[in-house]
Design a protein around this ligand. Structure first.
Ligand code: PMP
Length: 326
């Protein structure tokens, strides 16, 4: 074991965990990249670091400067940790529909947090648009712009993808991930395709997101909605441009719930809703492909970030769900 020099050096090099229950069930190796073990607790630490490092390299972010971002939570959490470690201030704009755990954590970590009503992207009050305006108003501030700043997907092209390739010894039949900004899916998929173009790169989607129909029919349209956070999009971001979208699998919230509770009860893994979408999609694909394949997906963040929601029976009841019997 080597010593990591502080928070920043501890990002990445996460374990690749065999999901034993679902692997045994399908006869495939279903592997989860344990991004919840990043020091900031999610897959977004990688993007946050690359965005800050790029702004430093370009001379845009100077000592004592401020990083401003609109985020569903995890990018902000990664950013504020890194800002603390590097001596920057951090201002986060977040839709008020996101979990209390994430909003409270951002404040505890030291970010200035502004909650705004959740409105569509085209509305000037949308959290992403608000964060862009605030960044312009503050002197010596940068806008992280995770959706369209391709330093985000570069993080996954340069780290997540190579780590998966090495950890599997190059034996990967499929890569699946849900998309928020699209950085994780696209950067990793693009890297894996450079190694072996036969690797299937598959989008895992909740209802209410337009990427499923985009991949299936070439149109940005959506049906239904989802209680998942941090994933789903109505547009093709810069981070999704030219993504190798081989196919898409759509997962219901009920399947997501059954999957996260199965991971908890059978494998001891406590994960959030986007991980439920990812793993459910991997299980469906494994059943379609048949035994003997290796499928890799992401365990994006911990269930602790959703304890008052996905793991709370009263909250689930307000959405018409109950805790699945596993
Ligand atoms: N899962 C969770 C819990 C997230 O917060 C995010 C990012 N918003 C994602 C998945 C999707 O990652 P990306 O932005 O790289 O597409």
């Amino acid at each position: 074991m080597e010593i990591q020099k502080g928070f920043v050096d501890s990002i990445g090099n996460t374990p690749l965990i065999r999901l034993n229950h679902y692997s045994d069930l399908t006869g495939c190796e279903i592997l989860g990249k344990a991004e919840f073990l990043n020091p900031g607790g999610s897959v977004k630490d990688r993007a946050a670091l690359f965005i800050i490092q790029e702004a430093e390299k370009k001379g845009l972010l100077k000592p004592g400067g401020t990083v401003v971002e609109g985020t569903a939570g995890n990018t902000g959490i990664g950013l504020v940790h890194i800002c603390n470690a590097k001596g920057y201030k951090c201002l986060i704009v977040i839709p008020d529909t996101q979990s209390k755990e994430k909003i409270d954590l951002l404040r505890t970590l030291g970010a200035e947090v502004r909650t705004v009503p959740a409105v569509p992207y085209k509305d000037p009050g949308n959290y992403v648009k608000v964060s862009a305006r605030i960044a312009e108003e503050i002197p010596n501030a940068i806008w992280a712009n995770q959706f369209d700043n391709v330093a985000n997907r570069l993080a996954h092209f340069q780290t997540t993808g190579p780590e998966i390739w090495e950890q599997t010894g190059g034996k990967v039949d499929a890569w699946l991930a849900s998309l928020g900004t699209g950085g994780t899916f696209t950067g990793t998929a693009m890297f894996l395709k450079t190694k072996d173009p036969k690797i299937k790169t598959i989008v895992a989607e909740p209802f209410g997101s337009a990427i499923y129909n985009f991949v299936k029919k070439g149109e940005l349209s959506a049906e239904g909605n989802s209680f998942t956070e941090g994933i789903g999009n109505g547009r093709i971001t810069e981070n999704m441009k030219d993504a190798p979208f081989d196919d898409a699998i759509r997962i219901s919230d009920q399947e997501c719930l059954e999957t996260i509770y199965t991971l908890l009860r059978k494998d001891g893994l406590f994960v959030g809703g986007s991980t439920g979408i990812n793993v459910a999609a991997a299980v469906r694909l494994a059943k379609e492909l048949g035994p003997g394949r290796t499928l890799v997906t992401v365990l994006c963040d911990s269930g602790a970030r959703y304890q008052s929601r996905l793991y709370d029976k009263d909250w689930l009841a307000t959405k018409g769900y109950s805790i699945p019997e596993i």
